[in-house]
Design a protein. Structure first.
Length: 83
């Protein structure tokens, strides 16, 4: 696990932002296992859907993961290009 795990742990309220000695091994065994299981399940879901006969792009992958975990998709950002 890496620095990104620390950022997510802070965002989730597992550790405080002032915690300077972050070491992923400092997470409880259940917290580490929970993170690993979510990552593993996301990978498995994407690999399963990758074999489907329809166009599979990043937007589709994001939608599939959100739907799988019952998490609402954030609103799409529309980029305006001035000509």
């Amino acid at each position: 696990m890496n620095e990104r795990i620390k950022e997510l742990a802070i965002e989730a309220g597992i550790i405080s932002a002032e915690y300077n000695g972050f070491d992923p091994t400092g997470l409880t065994t259940s917290q580490r296992k929970f993170a690993e299981l979510i990552i593993k399940e996301c990978s498995e879901v994407i690999l399963k859907w990758k074999k489907e006969p329809f166009p599979f792009d990043e937007d589709t992958a994001v939608s599939i993961i959100h739907e799988h975990f019952g998490i609402e998709l954030p609103p799409k950002t529309i980029r305006v290009i001035k000509i």
